[in-house]
Design a protein around this ligand. Structure first.
Ligand code: NAP
Length: 292
């Protein structure tokens, strides 16, 4: 059995759906905080159980019988929670039920030296996995294309994106990462430890995103540079709280080149070209993505 956490989240849900194409649904388990939100997976024949990273007993019940657990990383840090304690609880639960392998959704830029705080959690979790005594695979996922689109903010309406200096980022589609995760899970043992970066084929900065948005919208979206201090003041005015440090860290890491790696491994796993940022943005704007 393969059990997937975060099964009512964007990535986890898509991973279960992709897995159901590769293995019998009776061999799949979905772990989520609210099973009522997972009725679509239950109707596929997937076992749905409540599993909360704050409640080890619930995870042991949700993981029971699992050979492999796909651990979707927690985002608790963004809201003041303890991401690493949650990951520790999940890893302990996987070991307690006798799972043989944990597959973890990490990030291309996972590093103890990153300027982007979530990358510290990914690096620390990889160390926990290394020390867990279980076989493990860390999917070094590219930065979500949806996060890049979120950085455009209201620029799609106003025609202006103002942000600190940034760098190239290999924006990658959720759907591609989910499909790759399912392939890795279904071919147990394909990767040991961290994978190569799982990225789209191109790295783009915010100027590139503004240009693509302009082409898709048929109107100019300008990119203007502001200082980190200006962004910090704007975030404080909006009451961003602890999220401000994460956003500022993203720009620092981006211009340090932390997210710029491009690698063919995702394309090799999918046996096709990865989805482009343009292809993700097109439907968001309600326009065709078939421009050059
Ligand atoms: N690669 C990247 O660029 C990138 C960017 C942003 C975030 N991330 C990471 O990728 C993860 C998955 O992304 P996503 O788009 O699928 O995010 P998402 O849609 O927000 O899903 C996050 C999942 O985590 C679950 N969760 C939250 N707290 C939990 C808890 N205490 N116990 C068990 N589950 C809990 C949520 O459960 P509910 O459904 O019950 O809310 C949800 O299913 C994020 O959590 C974050 O760590 C990666």
């Amino acid at each position: 059995m393969i059990v997937v956490t975060g099964a009512t989240g964007q990535l986890g849900h898509a991973i279960v759906e992709q897995l159901a194409r590769l293995v019998p649904p009776s061999q799949l388990g979905a772990s989520c905080r609210d099973p009522n939100q997972a009725s679509a997976l239950a109707s596929l024949g997937v076992r749905v159980r409540r599993g909360d990273f704050e409640d080890g007993a619930s995870l042991r019940h949700a993981f029971a019988g699992a050979q492999q657990v796909l651990l979707v990383s927690s985002n608790a840090r963004a809201t003041g929670g303890d991401t690493l304690a949650q990951h520790r609880t999940a890893i302990d639960a996987a070991r307690a039920v006798g799972a043989k392998r944990i597959v973890y959704t990490s990030h291309t830029a996972a590093s103890a030296g990153s300027a982007f705080p979530p990358m510290l959690d990914h690096a620390a979790t990889e160390l926990m996995l290394r020390d867990s005594g279980l076989a493990w695979t860390s999917l070094r996922n590219g930065f979500y294309a949806s996060s890049g689109i979120a950085l455009l903010g209201d620029a799609l309406q106003t025609g202006l994106v103002e942000a600190p200096r940034d760098g190239k980022v290999s924006w990658t589609a959720h759907a591609d990462l989910a499909e790759a995760a399912a392939i890795v899970l279904a071919s147990e043992g394909r990767f040991e430890g961290p994978t190569p970066p799982l990225t789209a084929s191109q790295a783009l900065d915010l100027s590139d995103l503004a240009r693509i948005a302009s082409e898709l919208l048929g109107k100019t979206v300008r990119r203007e540079t502001i200082t980190d201090e200006e962004l910090e003041a704007r975030l404080a005015a909006r009451g961003a709280g602890r999220a401000a440090a994460i956003v500022l860290g993203l720009y620092r890491a981006s211009r340090n080149g932390e997210f710029a790696a491009v690698d063919p491994t995702l394309s090799d796993l999918l046996r096709r070209a990865p989805t482009t940022l343009r292809q993700v943005l097109g439907p968001v704007l309600g326009t065709s993505s078939r421009a050059p």
